[in-house]
Design a protein around this ligand. Structure first.
Ligand code: ZN
Ligand code: ZN
Length: 274
């Protein structure tokens, strides 16, 4: 049986399927996930807040922001997001927001605060920052989900995330990465792997995947569905599906902005039974 966890929004929405390249069709790479009562935002590059509005979601609805790494196409709208959480003062954010990113984020954030000061500082009871290990796997438990993270090959702070819900759904978000054994380990048996596929096979760039390499990871991990995203414009004139099919035979989606992905709700995750 397939159903939506929430009647209001689907459990998973691709907000942006693009890169740093300005595009009306593809906003910077970002995904929105609803897990029970929590809404999780993965990466926050330029254009993400507009896409959130188009996905019928206010910035105040977001309880968690996950940063895969610090490149501007993944973090560039953090400052406007926080500024919009404070002003106008009569309508400032009151609900808690947790930012999760790898070790080094606090230094990165402190640098932003050096520039923007109190414009982006939220009360400690509203904003908390959690740094995750950038040298090995890590697991954290939250009320609505379990988070697993692992370093991947892109920047030294680059990590991929796996979210496991109480319904037994597991979703993996690769962030930017080159071919990574760690990503295979993290994605084993996942319902959905949202995987970067920045450039076509013949334009492979260091630190990024191609469709056939992403397919190789998905096949090795035995994921139930692969969603390719983070497409540079060169991808729009290449046979991305055909290249991915060289290595992966399972269900495949090529992301576009505001794509909604329905999830199959299964058994309760025993890890969440307390
Ligand atoms: Zn990057
Ligand atoms: Zn990127």
């Amino acid at each position: 049986m397939k159903r939506r966890i929430s009647d209001k929004i689907p459990a998973l929405t691709i907000l942006g399927s693009g890169t740093c390249v300005p595009s009306l069709q593809r906003s910077a790479c970002s995904a929105l996930m609803q897990v029970n009562n929590s809404r999780l935002l993965f990466d926050l590059g330029p254009g993400t807040m507009r896409r959130l509005l188009e996905a019928d979601t206010r910035i105040f609805d977001i309880g968690y922001i996950f940063f895969s790494h610090f490149h501007p196409d993944h973090t560039g709208e953090l400052v406007p997001f926080l500024f919009a959480s404070k002003y106008p003062a009569a309508n400032r954010r009151k609900s808690p927001l947790t930012i999760l990113a790898a070790k080094g984020f606090s230094d990165f954030f402190n640098g932003l605060k050096q520039v923007y000061g109190e414009w982006i500082e939220l009360a400690p009871e509203v904003l908390s920052v959690m740094e995750l290990d950038n040298t090995g796997p890590e697991t954290r438990r939250f009320d609505d989900f379990i988070l697993k993270s692992i370093p991947v090959k892109h920047q030294k702070e680059s990590i991929a995330f796996r979210i496991e819900s109480a319904e037994g759904i597991s979703i993996v978000y690769s962030g930017d990465t080159d071919f990574s054994k760690n990503l295979i380990d993290l994605a084993v048996g996942a319902d959905i792997l949202i995987c970067e596929s920045a450039l076509p096979d013949h334009l492979k760039a260091k630190g990024h995947l191609t469709p056939s390499l992403a397919g190789k990871i998905a096949a090795a991990a035995g994921v139930k569905k692969l969603v390719l995203t983070h497409f540079y414009p060169e991808c729009d004139t290449a046979d991305i599906e055909g290249q991915c099919r060289k290595t992966y035979a399972g269900p495949l989606l090529l992301a576009h902005d505001l794509m909604q992905i329905e999830l199959e709700v299964r058994h309760e995750n025993p890890l969440l039974r307390v």
